[in-house]
Design a protein around this ligand. Structure first.
Ligand SMILES: NC(=O)c1ccc[n+]([C@@H]2O[C@H](COP(=O)([O-])OP(=O)(O)OC[C@H]3O[C@@H](n4cnc5c(N)ncnc54)[C@H](O)[C@@H]3O)[C@@H](O)[C@H]2O)c1
Length: 323
């Protein structure tokens, strides 16, 4: 039985604790939130204990693993605290808020062996199938990719940490780090980034966040990507991968494999719940004492990709990846 403590009793804390409760080979060890009221409410809902401080989790021999689901700006401090304990960690994405933090976490003891990052889109059969087609040559050489994600029911206001670019990194770091992780998994790192963005323009009455950018790869492949949090309209989350043999189109509902004159709808089997699959995989990793499949390097390079796009949008210049 893998015993899991949850840090942060907000949206993701509720999601992850509910999933842990469902799994036969995991149990909730307890909840910690900076707000004692929030921890008490979630702990009562699940009939588990409340930790009064993160140090209590570290000291508790009944905890095998910790799920960090508190705000992004506080991930670094928590990772520095929990990693030396040797307990497994599933950290919600993005791994950290700042470049120096990303570099430091990469060097932390246990980061390479005990840290998993919550890039749950990697559990979706549609994205997995595209990876298979890239690896087995079905798509051929990829020349261009288009990716876009718009959340059209954005309700945040200025007093919310999600609407503070300094705290959350806005749509490029917060939302698109999922997409950058997918791109890095598929293609490795780009050479160059350029972008433009609204990035929480303070004079606007309500926060509106938008970024649009391009990445260029060593082989000349171009990725165009856009991300936005808007208050109306129709949301989307899609990827189009154009190879010289075939094109893959995936929009979360449907995966198409397109060859000249023929668009084939691909059967993705029974729908899966990505957060549940992610937690099952994490629990299996902890039980086996294995290295997480999606770990610190994924978190680091997704961060670097987002950071380059943000820097380009801020400076109006192309940003080149040197290492
Ligand atoms: N994987 C995904 O699809 C996904 C979706 C949403 C959010 N996230 C990420 O999950 C994290 C949490 O987001 P959320 O939407 O649950 O936030 P939230 O604001 O709903 O909840 C955060 C909770 O953390 C608590 N908290 C604040 N500082 C803390 C600290 N230092 N220690 C302990 N608790 C603290 C708050 O009191 C609050 O209860 C963020 O990093 C976010 O980017 C991931």
């Amino acid at each position: 039985m893998v015993r899991i403590a949850i840090v942060g009793a907000g949206r993701m804390g509720k999601t992850h604790s509910g999933i842990v409760k469902q799994l036969p080979d995991a149990e909730l060890a307890g909840i910690y939130d900076l707000s004692a009221k929030a921890s008490a409410a979630l702990a009562a809902e699940h009939g588990t204990k409340v930790y009064a401080a993160p140090e209590e989790i570290i000291a508790d021999p009944a905890v095998d693993a910790v799920v960090l689901c508190h705000p992004t700006f506080a991930h670094y401090q928590a990772l520095r605290l929990f990693l030396p304990s040797g307990k497994y960690i599933l950290c919600e994405k993005p791994m950290v808020r700042h470049r120096g933090e990303a570099e430091a976490i990469r060097r932390e003891p246990n980061a390479a062996t005990k840290l998993a990052i919550g890039f749950m889109r990697r559990q979706q059969p549609g994205y997995q199938k595209i990876k298979q087609w890239l690896d087995d040559g079905t798509l051929g050489t990829v020349r261009m990719v288009k990716m876009g994600c718009n959340v059209a029911v954005y309700k945040r206001l200025w007093d919310d940490w999600f609407a503070d670019f300094a705290l959350c990194g806005g749509v490029p770091l917060d939302m698109l780090s999922h997409h950058f992780n997918l791109l890095n998994w598929y293609f490795g790192m780009p050479c160059q980034a350029c972008g433009a963005g609204l990035m929480f323009d303070r004079p606007m009455e309500q926060p509106v966040d938008y970024i649009s950018g391009s990445f260029v790869y060593a082989n000349g492949m171009i990725v165009n990507i856009d991300g936005s949090w808007q208050r109306q309209g129709v949301g989307y989350d899609r990827i189009e991968v154009y190879g010289d043999h075939a094109t893959a189109l995936y929009d979360q509902r449907e995966l198409l494999l397109c060859r000249p004159g023929q668009n084939e709808k691909v059967d993705l089997g029974q729908p899966v719940a990505p957060y549940v699959e992610q937690m099952k995989s994490f629990v299996a990793t902890v039980a086996a004492g294995a290295v997480p499949a999606i770990g610190v390097e994924d978190g680091y390079w997704a961060f670097r990709t987002a950071d380059a796009l943000i820097e380009s949008a801020k400076t109006g210049r192309f940003v080149t990846f040197e290492d």
